[in-house]
Design a protein around this ligand. Sequence first.
Ligand code: SF4
Ligand code: SF4
Length: 358
Amino acid sequence: MAEETKVVGATAKTRLRRRLRFLRTRARELKMIGKALVSTKHPILVHIIPMRQCNLACTYCNEFDDFSKPVPLEEMKKRLDALADMGTSIITISGGEPLMHPELDEVIRHMRRRGMIAGLITNGFYLNKERIERLNEAGLEHLQISIDNVVPDEVSKKSLKTLDGRLVMLSQYAVFQVNINSVLGSGVKDPEDALKIAHRAVELGFTSTVGIIHDNNGQLRPLGPHEQEIFEEVMALGKRSFSRFNEFQHNVARGREHNWRCRSGSRYLYICEDGLVHWCSQQRGYPGIPLAQYTPEMRHREYSTKKFCAPRCTVSCVQQVGILDNWRDPQNLNPMPMTPPATPQAELVQIGEVRGDS
Ligand code: SF4
Ligand code: SF4
């Protein structure tokens, strides 16, 4: 077990602020669910990338580079305004490593100003007391860190050993909700690590979730019996998490296909650093239309478009969004024919692993 940093609890003032922000966010989440059930015309969740560059280089990840510049603040604001005008409920900032963006606090502030629930996925390496306080002040509501192992190895440095001190700081100073995601599946050396990470998360007062990796061909691969036991244990520990999605996750763990309607391109959008709309991080390249030109008709079309990758999909956030519409409106359209892009773009790809989200 990695050496743990001594825990000093949050002050009474921080605990009160945390409670108040939790209640406010929960009220907004309930409103978001009500709005989503009443109307299918707006995006529920959007992932947006303000920074493709990352300070790490996890060997399984294809969602980062080591050179790209931050998206300018004014451009980020324009994109956020376009999303707010569509009626978007939740925006999660992802990367690359978003904390490398020099004006991230203002990006978060703008999301809140426009009434959207603000989340952030980070590898956590840039967190310290001052940065956490700035995120508090900006109005962040959710933060997720994905931890891959207990001690760093050649695949990933996102380990409990390297991050534990930062997790303790979060438990002391963060007023936003923190979720720690661990992983199981192919490429994970020691499945027990996921359990240790989940226990540490709960000990520090966070929620915990577990992601399951599929193989390099994008195919589901069932977990072994021991991994499945660990999976069940981590899921039970994570029962406080609002975002858990047991049925889907149980199917993935057993390598079973699942029957659902993916509403990406409509109820879920992935906006890359170039401001293009994609189905999701695993299916980048389609529809590949600039956000500013993405019309309600296009969203409506994608709502009714059957996704070939749905039965074996492992993208849990889109699955969660899907719950709100799975019971209605069968999908009977095929993806639109694509016109050749003027400039080279990412091809439509099924990316083999799902951990490339910091
Ligand atoms: S990979 Fe999953 S989330 Fe992405 S488009 Fe396919 S079904 Fe939807
Ligand atoms: S998984 Fe996250 S931390 Fe690792 S290289 Fe990719 S973006 Fe960076």
